[in-house]
Ligand binder design. Sequence first.
Ligand SMILES: Cc1ncc(COP(=O)(O)O)c(C=O)c1O
Length: 459
Amino acid sequence: MSQNRIFTLKGSKSPNKWINILYNIPEALTPLVNPETSEPIPLEMLYKIFAKELVDQEINTKDEFIKIPDEVRDIYSLYRPTPLIRATFLEKALDTPAKIYYKWEGVSPSGSHKPNTAIPQAYYNKKEGILKLTTETGAGQWGSALSFACNQIGIECLVFMVRASYEQKPYRKLMMQTYGGKVIPSPSDQTKIGRELLKDKNNYKGSLGMAISEAVELAMERDDTHYTLGSVLNHVLLHQTIVGEESRLVMEEIGDYPDIVIGCVGGGSNFGGMIIPFIKENLTKGKKTRFIAVEPKACPTLTKGKYAWDYGDTGKLIPPALMYTLGHSFVPPPVHAGGLRYHGASPLLSYMRHKGMVESVGLFQNEVFEKAVLFAKTESLIVAPESAHAVTVAINEALKCKETKEEKTILFNCSGHGHFDMAAYEQFFNGALEDYDYPKENIEEALKDLPKINFPPKK
Ligand SMILES: Cc1ncc(COP(=O)(O)O)c(C=O)c1O
């Protein structure tokens, strides 16, 4: 007899509000600060590059929930609610007593969770009369999501794509172009910072930190242009709570609840969005769910980084925030999970990690691809290298349950499909993937370069 495997919310109704965890933990809100004075950056400066409504969401500690605008829900309805899937084929292959569920965000038009925030960001900017959005993209998922969202909302989109990915992933670039996005390899000669970076040939392949600097520079220069970030910031995690809240509600409908929630972490948005509704229940209802953030050993921000003030980008245009960081000048080894190669992590998630509310673990990429192939052969989904990090830890936790004979319920966020990542799978099949360990010396070197911040400033 076949078991029920796919669960969507009754009436296919996605929630109409995002969950603002800053209401429950207002102390997790720390400002961006001026590196010279350690004073908080005035909101007016943030309004210069971000939509006002997004900045207001960023610092909102008053509202427990934020209503999702109808126009945003309308576009969400192209793919939401996404399915919650019980991984029965995988469970059987592992012969585990654990129940494994995953939220499948790969069904979105651009193939990942990223449109959940791209749509509201494009919407609020358009509402304010902004004509163009700039952004950066690493592996291409965020750039694709923003191009799709801007096309739906009717606003221009300019994407600086890390040159290494631009060359490796021509189809991601074409996807952005199909939706009408303009794509520029970074570093480029289109910005002052790009031209400066190009003077050193070591910078030629680019990094997320460099691409952010270029995108921010253009937004600072023009009144009709704003910058958007696909991760890290509080408002991005807020929008991503749609993932965790749909999961929580549908599990309630089927009478289950997770003991462990797992997600991969680049800047922290899919993991943050998945766990926040459950963190809220730990805080307010005495639940005891464990949360595991997964990263590459090559870029172990939450596992080996320092909880300190640091810039969000290489060019130091994004003012220092309090977060786990490997140092803004750290360039991680070229692991295939491009979306997990960021030196920092969301300040909100960093706070939760700092307070011991979440755990973290780092993985080698060969193990990650091995488990991704097992997932493809059982559940039949080919996942993004980033999402495969979450798959791996879900499998490892289920195998632990086999040893201890515990019937735990494991939930993970399966953040995207890997259809544009087959070159990485090919390298794995050819035995050509390198396992980069924790790059201790490079990190120690980069951490020497942290800004000296005294917050709150001593008068
Ligand atoms: C499929 C996928 N998962 C996860 C991530 C990591 O980002 P975040 O930590 O913001 O979810 C990315 C980033 O590009 C991604 O493309």
